[in-house]
Write a protein that binds this ligand. Structure first.
Ligand code: X8Z
Ligand code: ZN
Length: 659
């Protein structure tokens, strides 16, 4: 999530401008919080004024949001909710003012700016100011609840509270069945109290969506793709259909390995995978299962986390060495924190180096001063990683709670992708300062991650000696598949749930049931104990309380392979796709930069065409990249019955099969 996505850069409608003729409009009544349009303002003048007002108002909004995300308390939440309310009031006003240009013949850039204006809010503001205030308060509170969330257990002196990061550590590295189950269940308790707020939240955003002329918030979200809402929904089905066979093979292999490790407890009825055993709280990235899934454990060293851990030890020792005398417990805690910060900065410098190797600029000094690299010890923060453009003029930051592991290392590359997008399009008018579509924004850093081949990682000292063998190749493909292929159905199911919630086909009394039905259908994962409606498991995933649309990540996981292939072609790479790294290639960098600099100034199809030669999203490069692994998986799975039975939970209708 990034604030620009939360507020400025979401859903778009390609709806044709209604025909309203060019009659002079009656004077508009003044609205509190909205600058009145000067009389006779032309469409070009209107767009220029809105751009100007966005630029002026934006830093105050982002500062308030930065505060409420990096210093969660009642005051920062109040200030942030108010800033959001003011912005959304203004946005409503601009959208209303823009209606007078409907049906007029406009310059293409002006028409596009007005189109984008209408698609700014992921959280469509209701007309009624009381409802808007209620909405912004609720939204800020839910994100705060997620950020503050902790699982406390035990009594008296044995009482212990764990935050998300601690519980994720357990799933990452503890292979004890019950310890994982406890961590998984424990985290999901934080969402139970959100349910009531979320139900109300849905009512309020839907009121806002309807006030803006959309059927519901889901339709608004699906309107941001330079095609109709129905078309983009169908596109996601088509793309999923292309890559699903690959996921099914990976799922089948994972099940075998889980059974080898946990016996009967390695699967759940219906041949699905137990939700708490996949190394990740939401089963969206299975990289942490490497110990179980490595095809050839002796064929080379791919353990980046171990190297990062060594780096962390060095940084801690350096901090210790700078201390004279015998440190107190407090000194030691300070030094541990100083060591963590140094490691996080080292990891970020590594990521920056990839971008500068492509010819992109160094991050500004203010980035290093103002970024939140690690979790502070003295307050609650939203640890979920995000990238921020504070002022559209170079004050860019990331906010993470970096730990020395591979997942966080690649997330830094992901976040810097957002930052380099901001820096590249900052020259454009504010309304064009967003991704070609939101999936593009999510795909930039991940494209770089695909270019982080074992050879690249070895060259920067983060992997050991690499073998050139078939076995090493399969290992390296598996490593990437655990991160990328496992994600695909997850990327789809979150908004399948929200689209249903927003359009009313999923009712509050079935929220949890519908969630697990979709998890079963798309991912083939299931909980091992009943998750009735006393739970609100969607709320345990950041993007639900934070209201960040999620289809963007699914699209990104398709697009990033298209971008990667295009950049490899530009770099003149000739071998099999998975071997390509364009590290250091200035031509590839220039091509990438040109795409970023386009922002949203033209329909994404045109931008994609400039980059890849095609104006369609396409799963083929995913399949090309993973072709060796898919062959290998098919052999491993021979004789097994793959696929699963997405049996709905108790009391629901008949079983549905994925096949
Ligand atoms: O939320 C993120 C980024 C910030 S835009 C860290 N991601 C999704 C997630 O964590 O669920 C990146 C991959 C998917
Ligand atoms: Zn992102």
């Amino acid at each position: 999530m990034k604030p620009r996505h939360l507020l400025l850069a979401v859903a778009v409608t390609a709806a044709v401008l209604a025909i309203a003729g060019c009659k002079k409009q009656p004077a508009e009544p003044a609205q509190p919080g909205v600058t009145a349009a000067p009389e006779g303002e032309t469409a070009d003048e209107f767009v220029a004024r809105v751009n100007d007002e966005i630029r002026k108002g934006y830093p105050e909004l982002t500062s308030a949001q930065w505060l409420s995300s990096t210093f969660i308390n009642d005051d920062s939440e109040r200030v942030s909710a108010k800033a959001n309310e003011r912005f959304l009031t203004q946005l409503r006003g601009w959208i209303e003012q823009s209606r007078k240009y409907e049906g007029q013949e406009l310059k293409p850039d002006t028409a596009r700016a007005i189109l984008l204006l209408k698609q700014q809010a992921a959280m469509p503001p209701p007309k009624d100011p009381a409802k808007l205030e209620e909405l912004t308060t609720l939204a800020t509170r839910m994100e705060g609840m997620f950020g503050k969330g902790e699982y406390c257990h035990g009594e008296g002196t044995a009482r212990q509270c764990s935050k998300l990061g601690d519980l994720e550590d357990i799933l990452r590295s503890n292979r004890d069945y019950d310890a994982q189950l406890d961590a998984w269940k424990g985290w999901h308790t934080i969402a139970q109290p959100m349910r009531k707020d979320y139900v109300r939240f849905v009512e309020l955003v839907n009121t806002g969506a309807r006030d803006m002329g959309y059927a519901d918030t889901g339709e608004l979200w699906r309107s941001g793709y330079d095609m109709t809402p129905a078309e983009i929904a169908a596109e996601t089905d088509r793309l999923w259909g292309q890559v699903k066979p690959l996921y099914e093979q990976l799922h089948c292999y994972a099940r075998t390995q889980l059974q080898a490790k946990y016996g009967d407890r390695g699967t759940v009825p219906g041949a699905m995978l137990p939700a708490h055993l996949l190394g990740n709280m939401w089963q969206q990235d299975w990289s942490n299962l490497w110990d179980m899934m490595a095809p050839y454990p002796n064929a080379g060293d791919l353990n980046v986390s171990a190297k990062l851990n060594d780096l962390a030890t060095q940084d801690y020792n350096l901090a210790l060495a700078q201390h004279d005398g015998s440190p107190t417990a407090e000194d030691l805690a300070d030094m541990r924190q100083a060591g963590r910060l140094a490691t996080a900065k080292h990891m970020t410098e590594r990521a920056q180096d990839f971008y500068t190797s492509l010819g992109m600029q160094k991050l500004p000094a203010s980035y290093w001063d103002r970024t939140q690299f690690i979790q502070p010890r003295d307050r609650d923060v939203v640890c979920h990683a995000s990238a921020w453009d504070m002022d559209m003029a170079g004050d860019v930051r990331t906010k993470m709670c970096i730990k020395p592991n591979e997942e966080d290392f690649t997330t830094i590359y992901h976040e810097l992708g957002h930052v380099y997008y901001y820096l590249a399009y900052n020259k454009l008018p504010p309304l064009f300062q967003t991704g070609a579509h939101d999936g593009f924004h999510e795909a930039i850093g991940d494209t770089i991650v695909l270019a982080m081949t074992p050879q690249y990682l070895q060259s920067i000292g983060l992997m050991g000696e690499q073998q050139q063998s078939e076995q090493a190749l399969i290992n390296s493909q598996m490593r990437m598949a655990l991160a990328k292929v496992s994600f695909l159905p997850f990327g789809l199911m979150i908004d399948r749930w929200r689209w249903g919630v927003f359009d009313g086909s999923i009712k509050p009394e079935n929220y949890n049931q519908a969630w697990w039905e979709l998890k079963a259908k798309y991912q083939g994962v299931a909980p091992t104990t009943a998750r009735g409606e006393e739970f609100f498991d969607p709320g345990a995933k950041y993007h639900v309380p934070a209201n960040t649309p999620y289809t963007r990540y699914f699209l990104s996981h398709i697009l990033q392979f298209q971008f990667y292939k295009a950049l490899c072609d530009t770099a003149g790479f000739k071998g099999p796709l998975h071997e390509c790294s364009f590290y250091g290639n200035k031509e590839a960098g220039a091509k990438f930069q040109a795409m970023l600099a386009r922002g949203a100034s033209q329909p994404w199809q045109a931008t994609l065409k400039e980059m890849t030669g095609s104006d369609k999203m396409d799963g083929a490069p995913v399949l090309e990249y993973f072709a060796p692994l898919q062959d290998w998986l098919k052999k491993q799975n021979e004789g097994k019955t793959c696929g699963w039975n997405a049996r709905p939970m108790a009391a629901a209708p008949a079983a549905a099969s994925t096949k």
